[in-house]
Design a protein around this ligand. Structure first.
Ligand SMILES: Cc1ncc(COP(=O)(O)O)c(C=O)c1O
Length: 346
């Protein structure tokens, strides 16, 4: 009997940071290198759950306290929220529940690489649209996925009136959970909209693997919960308890606000440096922790920056043009200072 790997699994493309090593003496701007939020340190050092809670699965939809906290963030009801193992599982569930094998799904390019790979795994046909640019008008029943703040460009895309008869999946993983933005966003969403969110980014908890999917459509949330029963089942109760306590912690949200302000400064300085350089241009970043840069003359931007001492992630990782490079500005101020000086002098 012949054993083969399925085409879907065999065709999965995955990169790790190790594919783009940082030689000694160069600056690492590949990803978020910031420490956990200071106010959460005590919570992270003392995860707590009573033994009976760990001796049982939790509910598939998520722990009530965390569903309520997520619901409050997006001005929705707790039964609209399904807690997931990061935004990655939420995206997988969303794509699985909104389209069938062979159907078209409209995805941004460049973009978080998971979109195209998850579409491939779930048997959907990705139809790319450019960011920045006008959102496409999908055909009947074709889902559209939108990421804002957008990884890797930092571009913002406002909620839009319904554009087609299909679902729209909004990936808000890089939106800081502070101020009015998440609730305003939630209030603007209709029953055809699905929100995906993550605690990995602004709350700096990628290791907790907590995210959520939010939808006003009861049939959709029921389908998501049924599907999730055969995936992660319940998300780690330890992580959910931690996440609920972090979200309730006023100091943690103050830390997020401080970091968001600091990163706005880092972003502005990096964009200025790119504008000062004689050979680089940047996408118009307004939020998030990334700046996406390319040379004006079609040369390999990743190589130019890496040779000059600043290592980011190349555009191909994001299905973008191979001359582009993503720089993450969530770094200590001295690293940003040094990177800005190098970029500005190019
Ligand atoms: C835009 C976007 N969506 C989703 C994810 C997945 O996040 P998580 O760590 O919560 O699975 C990422 C991770 O980098 C991301 O950048």
């Amino acid at each position: 009997m012949t054993t083969t790997i399925s085409r879907r699994a065999g065709g999965v493309i995955s990169y790790s940071y190790d594919d783009f090593p940082v030689p000694a003496g160069r600056l690492d701007l590949r990803g978020d290198n910031s420490p956990p939020l200071p106010a959460t340190t005590v919570l992270l050092e003392h995860p707590r759950l009573r033994p009976p809670e760990l001796a049982g699965y939790g509910t598939v939809a998520g722990e009530p306290a965390l569903r309520a906290a997520m619901a409050q963030l997006f001005a929705m009801t707790a039964d609209s929220v399904v807690i997931t193992a990061g935004a990655s599982e939420a995206l997988f569930l969303a794509l699985t529940c909104v389209a069938d094998h062979g159907q078209r799904v409209h995805l941004p390019r460049p973009a978080f690489p998971g979109y195209e790979q998850l579409a491939h795994i779930t048997g959907l046909r990705p139809i790319p649209y450019a960011v920045p640019g006008a959102l496409p008008l999908p055909g009947p029943g074709e889902p559209l996925l939108v990421c804002t703040p957008h990884n890797p460009t930092g571009v913002l895309i406002a909620p839009q009136p319904r554009r087609s008869a299909g679902w729209t999946i909004w990936d808000l993983s890089h939106m800081p959970p502070i101020g009015d933005s998440p609730a305003d966003f939630g209030r603007g969403l209709g029953s055809h909209d699905i929100t995906v969110f993550s605690l990995s980014k602004a709350l700096r908890l990628p290791g907790a693997r907590v995210g959520c999917l939010v939808s006003r459509d009861r049939d959709l949330t029921a389908a998501v919960i049924a599907t999730k029963t055969h995936l992660s089942m319940s998300t780690s109760r330890l992580a959910q308890d931690l996440a609920a306590r972090v979200l309730r912690h006023p100091g943690a949200l103050e830390d997020v606000a401080n970091r968001t302000r600091a990163y706005a400064g880092h972003r502005a300085r990096m964009l200025d440096a790119v504008a000062t350089s004689t050979c680089l241009q940047a996408w118009p970043a307004l939020d998030g922790t990334h700046v996406f840069v390319r040379p004006t003359d079609g040369r390999d931007g990743w190589r130019i920056l890496a040779d000059a001492g600043v290592v980011g992630l190349p555009g191909v990782v994001f299905n973008g043009t191979s001359d582009a490079v993503r720089l993450c500005i969530a770094q200590p101020p001295d690293v940003v200072d040094r990177a800005v000086r190098i970029v500005g002098a190019l």
